[in-house]
Design a protein around this ligand. Sequence first.
Ligand code: PLP
Length: 490
Amino acid sequence: MEDPPSGFDWDEKAWREAGERVLRLVAAASTNWESRRPSPEHPDDALTLFTGPPPQDGVAFEELVNRIEREVLPTSAYNGHPRWLAYIMGAPTPVSVLGDLIASSLNQNSGLWRVTPSSTAIEIQTLGWIAEMLGFPSAAEGIFLSGGQMANIVAHAVIRDAKSPWDMRNLGIRGPEGNAQQLRIYASSELHYCHEQAAELLGMGRQAVRKVPVDENYRMRVDSLSQMIAEDRARGDLPIAIVGTAGTPGTGAIDPIPELIGLARQEDLWLHIDGAYGAFATLAESCPAALRALADADSVACDPHKWLFAAIDAAVLLVREPGRLERSFAFHASYLETADRGARVDFLERGPENSRPQRGFKVWLSIQAFGRDGYAAMIDYNIRLAAYLEELVRETPELVLAAPRELSIVCWRVEPEGIGGLALEELQTDVIKEIERQGIAMISNARLRDGRTALRACITNFRTRVEDVETIVRASAEIGAELAGKSPRR
Ligand SMILES: Cc1ncc(COP(=O)(O)O)c(C=O)c1O
């Protein structure tokens, strides 16, 4: 046969030349923030730029990089920008970005030990480091997954299988007689939607998730929780787990974890902590005590791609009791020969992915590059900066704090004089949009307990400084006053 078609591979010189060109682009896209916007000026250009059929013939790589510079960079939003405080997104450190580059060049398919010994060992070591950071026992097992959402979904699979009295994997949700009890999971009404999605995906039905009311601090009410468990048991349902949120997606509230653990033990329920946002705050000096109690949970989901500032994606599920992940996910397929490998772990047996990227690698690099103390100082700084933002809001006449702050999320409302009702509600989202449109910052919204809307900033960003939060607070007041002047008064 003839040689394979050419063009797919490069020699070392070609690698270096193309790599240097790419690194120039990456460095430019990751610096000079003072002259750049977090949001693109014309985001809708993306609707027309990336259409059309694939090219028949290959395009030179250099031309492709030029196209990225021309078309992709200007239509991208930058969550690494110092004034990106929307949703909960960690700015990615240069170390983690380059870690991903190295990982993809090695292309370790991190499911099987045999084909990825170093990748697997690094993942195990990194999981151990994270367990130690959160106060989990060293025997706890875990797995890297794509995001907090997946980590929580996998947790629910483990919980469902562990707590159902029948062989769930084999018989399914309907049980041996086809009329099994309705499983019940309890989480606060401020939960992330992924828990309900997990219940749907795992066949328990969304109704399996009971939403427990919150108190004035947006924390789960333990009295209501007890009552709901008792009611469900009386009805013949089967309560299996309590999910405590360590940093709710709306206001960053921390559920009363010590009390939840006490109740879970009393009721023989699994206690899972959704720490996608807040878990790593346990490192910070200013961490609330209730959060540290997550160390006693049965499982915890956390997101290095949020508060360890790793590039997306990197999430972790830790399970206290070793073997539980395999009991829910292992198949030991004959063509993979994964059984009886001793200390050698095959991660494909611990989760729902067969081909898996080397997610742990960038986190392993990052933990070494910054150290536990480095992270502790940076997370603590983010929390203190949020306290400063809160203080600024309190001092600004047109602004009103809208929810208590526990970690690095601050919620506030713009309430200029002479505006109320629906116009005042619309003003909140208009201010968020205008701050984005003008390229000042990216913030998002929170829905308050009474249904009103608030502006919301979440600082999980190592680049954000005092002047950035000052700019955001000032802009919200000024833009609010300006827009209110234009709004019809009600
Ligand atoms: C509490 C909580 N759980 C789960 C998630 C989902 O995490 P991810 O976006 O990493 O999938 C989030 C995201 O913000 C969250 O705040």
